[in-house]
Design a protein around this ligand. Structure first.
Ligand code: FAD
Length: 400
């Protein structure tokens, strides 16, 4: 059998791509190959569970467009399919007067990005929304929310199966070869034939692309995000989502408070270099992953530019008090005894040869393949819109 579309990766991006391709080409044969034994095994299942609004991103970028569109789509998808979610709203806090001008710039960007209902609020109103938060002003983002992303993935996989498509677990893609216009997707068990291949393998996307003969201009470098969780007696201090002002160069930095869809409140994540692409513990180590990072000149350029920030993050990884200090900026009454360690996640960050992190979502396309080479946050929120983007690219590049 020759499949019309084979998608590698059953995270939210791969499953959304398969779902949207199925909607666009109902008669097409679709195969999803996932190396683990379940959906959402990596980034999608280890994230903060936030439905982002899209307020931060460069207007016109994939992130800005896909996040706004994806947020509206995922909320509808959850409503239609009875998936647990809560549009609990978020505040972005200016902790002092010096931060207010930056807060206003973010607010203006939010207006440009057409974010529903955002407002600049004063301290009094902020306290009405989040009584324990401290700050001088804030942006209220009522359309931000929380969801259980693995649940979204389970429903997507079920819909694919109901439509007669195949989702196969424990099938890692090892290589992609082309003969006479047909692609052969090698897995340890067998090789699958397909006309088109979509690479949505997150932390391994650069390797899978290289195995297909594509030479991506990026390297995936893994950064672990570590969390604490509030003890039940402290959960009342957070009603929704409380975020600090982001660093425009590194918007993923800055620990925050997140109410979770399944219950509880998470604090974090930080961002520390991981020595294993799927290394969820401080001691996780993989020699070939480490060599892959340290061998890349872009890594050393990034380290040269941002070593101070990197060391600060490492300090907060090993020092609970360092982590707590950052959290106290947002909620001063939080105490060390109210924090317990919580599982971490690993981000796939696409690093350019000049040491810059690639900010926007990034795709490389050939006449039979689409490689999603950068899908960092907010790609879980944006997943369904990224699926539409992949359909558009498939129609253009595959001449369908
Ligand atoms: C700590 C953290 C917090 C975050 N918080 C948020 C948030 O609150 N909101 C938000 O919108 N985004 C958030 N993100 C980002 C978001 O989780 C990711 O952008 C999104 O999950 C990416 O989805 P994906 O499908 O591309 O990758 P993944 O979910 O990593 O899926 C890739 C899949 O490919 C599989 N795979 C890998 N190699 C192979 C292979 N060779 N063959 C077959 N399968 C393979 C993997 O097993 C995996 O299942 C966060 C990320 C992290 C790490």
């Amino acid at each position: 059998m020759v499949y019309d579309f084979t998608i590698a990766g059953a995270g939210i991006v791969g499953l959304s791509a398969a779902f949207k391709l199925t909607n666009a080409f109902p008669d097409a044969s679709v195969l999803v190959l996932e190396k683990e034994n379940r959906v959402a095994a990596h980034q999608t299942g280890h994230n903060s569970g936030v439905i982002h609004s899209g307020i931060y991103y460069q207007p016109g970028s994939y992130k800005a467009r896909n996040c706004v569109d994806g947020r509206r789509q995922i909320v509808n998808f959850c409503r239609e399919n009875g998936i647990q979610h809560d549009i609990c709203g978020k505040i972005i806090v200016a902790s002092n007067e010096e931060e207010v001008s930056k807060l206003i710039s973010i607010y203006k960007r939010g207006l440009e990005n057409d974010i529903d209902g955002i407002r600049l609020i004063d301290e009094k109103e902020m306290k009405e929304i989040e009584p324990y938060a401290r700050g001088v002003r804030a942006i209220h983002v009522p359309c931000a929310g929380i969801v259980d992303f693995p649940e979204v993935c389970k429903v997507l996989a079920q819909k694919l199966k109901d439509a007669g498509k195949s989702v196969m677990f424990e099938h890692p893609v090892q290589g992609v070869y082309q003969t006479n216009g047909v692609l052969s997707i090698q897995t340890p068990k067998t090789a699958y034939k397909t006309r088109h291949f979509i690479n949505c393998t997150g932390l391994h996307s650069d390797r899978v692309a290289r195995s297909a003969g594509v030479k991506p201009n990026i390297k995936i470098v893994p950064f672990r995000g570590e969390y604490y969780e509030l003890t039940p007696d402290a959960e009342h201090k957070v009603k929704g989502l409380i975020y600090p002002l982001p660093n425009p160069e590194f918007p993923f930095l800055g620990v925050h408070f997140t109410r979770m869809a399944k219950g509880g409140v998470e604090c974090g994540p930080n961002a520390v270099l991981a020595f294993k692409r799927e290394g969820y513990n401080k001691t996780s180590f993989d020699l070939s992953d480490t060599i892959d990072t340290l061998d890349y000149p872009g890594f050393w350029k990034m380290a040269g530019k941002h070593w101070q920030m990197g060391l600060d993050e490492v300090y907060r990884s090993f020092s609970k008090n360092g982590f707590l200090e950052k959290l106290k900026k947002l909620i001063p009454s939080i105490q060390s005894a109210e924090l317990k360690e919580s599982p971490s996640g690993v981000r796939a960050m696409a690093l350019l040869p000049n040491g810059d992190l690639l900010d926007d979502f990034y795709f490389e396309t050939t006449e039979r393949e689409i490689h999603v080479l950068n899908a960092p946050s907010p790609a879980a929120t944006a997943g369904l819109a990224i699926g539409d983007e992949i359909v558009k690219k498939a129609k253009n590049s595959f001449a369908l």
